[in-house]
Every structure is written in C-alpha cells, then in structure tokens.
Design a protein around this ligand. Sequence first.
Ligand SMILES: [Zn+2]
Length: 210
Amino acid sequence: MSFGKAARELAAIGRRFYARGWVLGTSGNFSAVVSRKPLRLAITASSLPKGTLRPLDILQCDESGRVMGRASKRPSAETLLHIEIAKRRSAGAVLHTHSVWSTMLSDAWAAGADASLAIQGYEMLKGLAGVPSHEHRELVPILDNDQNMPRLAVLVGETLERHPEAHAFLLRRHGLYTWGETLADAERHVEILEFLFETIGRTQGGPSWR
Ligand SMILES: [Zn+2]
C-alpha cells in the first residue's frame, strides 16, 4: 500500500473508532506497513485526538521507530510495539484501542504471570482470520502495562512467540492490540474482539469481580 493511501485509511479508521468510543481523548494508535524490506510503517503521530484525525497526522517511520521525512510531529509513543508486531507476525497493519471493556477485562483477568482471557463458543470468533468454528478457543494474553517502551516491546515479542496462534493481546488497565494481514483484517479484528469483550464483560465479568 502506498503511504498516501495508508495515511487516508488510518485517518478514516481513527474517526470511525472514535465514534464507537474505542479511542477517546488522544488514546489509541494505528499503523500500516507501507514497505516490508526495508520495513516502513505509516503510523499515527503522538497525542492527537482520533475523532478529527487527518492524513497529515500520519507519519512514516523506519524499523527503529525513527520518523522519516517531515519531522514536525513525534510518532506515537507506542511505535516500538507496532514494529515488534509487524516483524513477528508479518502483519500488514496494527491497531490499538482503549475501550472501556478491554480496560475492565484486562484487569479482571490479569491474575498470575501468564495471565490471559480465554474466549470460546461464540459465533463471532469466526471473524478472526483462519477461525472456522465457534468452537475455536482464542487465548488473549494479558501483559502488565509499562511506560518503558523498549522493555515492553521485549515482553510483547516474547509473548507473541509463546502464543503463536493469538490474534491479539491486552495491556492491563490500558487496552487492546490486534493486527491483520491487511488494514481491513485488522479493523475487523478490533470489531470482533470489542464485541466479544463486551459480551463477556456483561455476562461473565472476570474472576476479580466475583
Ligand atoms: Zn495505548
């Protein structure tokens, strides 16, 4: 995908997700791979409200997270996490949201060192790439939140290696990361997972609520 097209599509996703309440304030960030070799990402600039996101708010960065070309804005603080996912999963796009349900469930299920939320038995699981049946068991790892991005990127890399089937992970009391082969796949994954989080939140809650 060209950088220009990626910038337009990422800005449009920001406005749609804001309307759904998934990226309120300046939360969330989005990226799309515009070159694989060398790795180049189109990514949202830091600290911008997503409801009014424009293509001008999208930067291009290299595989170390450095901004290329126009440098009047800073890239998202979480750029290193996007790069880690793009590399390890060969993802074409990475989307990160801060919804109420992902924040609540990531806390409610965050017990133990290898914390995770298991989702099974829901028809909507079939919206995740490669999932043929509601019987699929999706394990969403939950990582402790951290403001030290290089350290968190290492933890993300280890988690993705430990859970090769995972379509997503949660950061505790923070939000969701998911990805896809294309931007459309990644956007569908956000919709599917947010639907499932809300369903589980409303019907089961989490162990810490009981
Ligand atoms: Zn975040």
